[in-house]
Design a binder for this molecule. Structure first.
Ligand SMILES: Cc1cc2nc3c(=O)[nH]c(=O)nc-3n(C[C@H](O)[C@H](O)[C@H](O)COP(=O)(O)OP(=O)(O)OC[C@H]3O[C@@H](n4cnc5c(N)ncnc54)[C@H](O)[C@@H]3O)c2cc1C
Length: 459
């Protein structure tokens, strides 16, 4: 590789990049810049030095080599769902490598695996896997990328049975800081394979990954909804229910304050509701029996039933497209009655769109022997507060609201975080990496000695 000239100015570095990559380099003066830099979370006004949008593995290799030779940095980004945490990074010398055009999924039904290109989204996997009666450890939003979700942990509605999605990654093909396209797996470059499963974009640009699929053509799943006037009763009941719920059930509890909006169904517009949703990997009879105590609360809506597994991704009702939001989370060691009280108090904080508890534990808390840097989450529940940021000026208020809400859970906080739920800046990532952090740093120095890769969660 060319060793870059450290005396070059930023403009000279960009000129060098353009000599190699030509028009593929988009800079602030170019007409396409403002469109190309918009992330999924449009609350974050990311302004990288330049943007390159490779559509093949070869183009990724070429781009990484050109950036390395120019002495600039690279931030891989597939969708920009995690533009919030990336905002911690100074992007004035960073080339954003947008992988949105590198999409495609091939399913091998015999080995129950999928090969997924670097920018593919979970909807792509579900579409390819469904004809084979298979599904995957996707999260609550289908337009999140597989690489960005799975390599940072990945918490799904199958998680209490099957663990974090990162443990289902069999191999990763990535372009490393020295410009090589390598395959990392248990047998090939095992240190890199360990590091990228948690270290994600801090170790290279992923051009494809191979993941295990799940043998579920359908799943018992859905949601129950009540008016928020019932929030106390429903929340205490859910907390008691989850205390003994089997690992086959992965559910969440939320209070959602819908603003009056013409796009919403009239029964939700301008209304506050309490919602329980999730999946139960049991027979219909066993799942129905399990849900009895919650159904006894007579929900206004109850959609729990057997559904085709690709439909699970719609159950949580995440926004269908780019949305400006601020959010923060804590992992809780326990959920006694006082913590449920804190949840209810948090849900009343003015300005919050949503206050959520996700049930952790089960396989989520068990680190498999073959795991990489991140393989489990130490904690029983995840508390999450979220506020909308309709205009940039609303960010300070949204931030204050989510922090006020989450502070209420302080007495029950565990000493861990879930990387995929770190949504804004200023959060200490070490709690997300846990005991892996020292080895991750050591491997970062080995695989990326000049810290060329800028990731949402720097190691
Ligand atoms: C509406 C919504 C719902 C969500 N639901 C869940 C959920 O149910 N469970 C859960 O665990 N998380 C959930 N998340 C969080 C989400 O999983 C993380 O934000 C995740 O990191 C997004 O990945 P992305 O690639 O789409 O985002 P990006 O911002 O594009 O990428 C995030 C980071 O991943 C790395 N990365 C992405 N692609 C590549 C690549 N090809 N090569 C190398 N590095 C790469 C980079 O380090 C990048 O900074 C949700 C987020 C939102 C906004």
């Amino acid at each position: 590789m060319t060793v870059f000239d450290t005396t070059l100015t930023t403009d000279e570095r960009v000129a060098a990049l353009k000599r190699t990559l030509g028009d593929r380099v988009i800079v602030a003066d170019d007409p396409g810049y403002d469109h190309a830099r918009i992330p999924w979370n449009v609350a974050f006004d990311q302004r990288p030095l330049a943007i390159v949008r490779p559509e093949t593995a070869e183009e990724v290799v070429e781009a990484v080599r050109a950036v390395a030779a120019s002495g600039l940095r690279v931030a891989p980004q597939s969708t920009g769902h995690a533009a919030g945490p990336l905002a911690d990074t100074d992007l004035s010398d960073v080339v954003l490598l947008s992988l949105a055009g590198l999409r495609g999924v091939t399913v091998d039904a015999d080995t129950r695996t999928a090969r997924v290109l670097g920018g593919s989204q979970w909807n792509d996997v579900l579409e390819a896997a469904a004809p084979h009666g298979l599904t995957a450890l996707h999260g609550s939003a289908g337009d999140v990328s597989v690489a960005g979700y799975a390599l940072n942990g990945g918490l799904s509605f199958y998680a209490r049975t099957h663990g974090l999605a990162v443990n289902a990654v069999r191999s990763v093909q990535l372009v490393t800081a020295d410009g090589r396209l390598v395959r990392a797996s248990a047998n090939e470059d095992p240190d890199l394979f360990w590091a990228v499963r948690g270290g994600a974009g801090a170790f290279g640009v992923v051009v494809s990954l191979e993941i295990d699929l799940l043998p579920y053509a359908d799943v018992f799943a859905g949601m129950m909804l009540w008016d928020a006037a019932r929030a106390a009763e429903v929340s205490h009941a859910w907390a008691a229910w989850t205390a003994t719920a089997p690992e086959s059930a992965t559910t969440t509890l939320r209070v959602i304050n819908f603003p009056p909006m013409p796009d919403l169904p009239p029964f939700l517009s301008g209304r506050s509701v309490v919602v329980i949703d999730g999946a139960i990997l049991e027979t219909d009879a066993a799942a129905s029996a399990l849900l009895e105590p919650l159904r006894a609360l007579a929900p206004e809506i109850d959609t729990f039933t057997r559904i085709p597994s690709p439909e699970l991704v719609a159950v949580h009702m995440d926004p269908p497209g780019p949305t400006p939001a601020a959010s923060v989370h804590s992992v809780l060691a326990d959920l006694p009655a006082d913590a449920v009280g804190a949840f209810l108090a948090a849900a009343d904080v003015p300005g919050l769109f949503m206050t959520e508890l996700r049930h952790l534990g089960g396989a989520i808390a068990q680190r498999p022997a073959h795991a990489g840097a991140v393989g489990s989450v130490d904690g029983a529940y995840l508390a999450h507060t979220l506020a909308m940021v309709p205009v940039p000026e609303a960010m300070a208020g949204a931030d204050a609201a989510v922090q006020t809400g989450i502070a209420m859970f302080a007495p029950w906080r565990a000493d861990s975080l879930v990387l995929t739920f770190i949504d804004g800046g200023g959060v200490d990532r070490d709690a997300g990496f846990g005991i892996a952090i020292e080895r991750l740093r050591e491997l970062k120095r080995r695989f990326d000695p000049s810290d060329m890769f800028a990731a949402a969660h720097p190691v």
